[in-house]
Design a protein around this ligand. Structure first.
Ligand code: CMP
Length: 136
C-alpha cells in the first residue's frame, strides 16, 4: 500500500547536525522516496494548526517555544506503508523508552526534544501534508 507521510526534523536534529543521518535512514528503506523537502523556520500560525490537539496540555507552551526556536526540515516521504514505517524508525515519543537502533533511541534523551515528527495515521498525514506542502 503506497502512502505519503509528513516528517519534520525538529530544531534539535537540525542544530545537532543530524539531518543527513536521519534522512539517510529513511532513504535506505527499499522503494521509499522523498518527493518534497524544505528547510524552514515555523511561524506561530503553522505551529498552532499543527499542534492544535495538544493545546492546554502542560507541555504545549514549551513545545511551541522549542519548535519555533530554530529551523526545521519538513519532508514528504512516499512509499510502501510509510506512515507506520517512519514511526517505527523514529521509535516512541520518550527517547529513553525508545529502543537502540531507532532514531530517538540512538540520539535522544528528552521527551520534548525527540528529533523527529511523523504523521500518526492516514487522516493526520492528509491534514499535515496539506498544511506543510499545500501545492503538492
Ligand atoms: P510528537 O509526538 O512528534 O508530537 C507531540 C510532541 O510534544 C512530542 O513529539 C514531543 O516533542 C512533545 N511532547 C509530548 N509529550 C510530552 C511530554 N510529556 N513532555 C514534553 N514534551 C512532550
Amino acid at each position: 500500500m503506497t502512502q505519503r507521510t509528513l516528517v519534520l526534523l525538529k530544531p534539535d536534529a537540525v542544530r545537532r547536525g543530524l539531518i543527513g543521518e536521519i534522512i539517510g535512514r529513511i532513504e535506505r528503506k527499499a522503494g521509499w522516496t522523498i518527493p518534497a523537502l524544505e528547510l524552514r523556520t515555523l511561524d506561530q500560525e503553522t505551529l498552532e494548526a499543527h499542534y492544535g490537539e495538544h493545546k492546554g496540555k502542560p507541555f504545549y507552551e514549551p513545545l511551541m517555544g522549542f519548535m519555533a526556536g530554530g529551523p526545521i526540515v519538513a519532508l514528504v516521504v512516499e512509499g510502501e506503508r510509510v506512515i507506520e514505517g517512519v514511526r517505527q524508525l523514529a521509535g516512541p515519543t520518550d527517547p529513553i523508552a525508545a529502543a537502540p537502533g531507532s532514531i530517538r533511541g540512538d540520539f535522544g534523551t528528552i521527551t520534548r526534544e525527540n528529533l523527529i515528527h511523523a504523521s500518526d495515521s492516514e487522516e493526520s498525514a492528509e491534514r499535515e501534508l496539506k498544511l506543510f506542502f499545500p501545492a503538492l
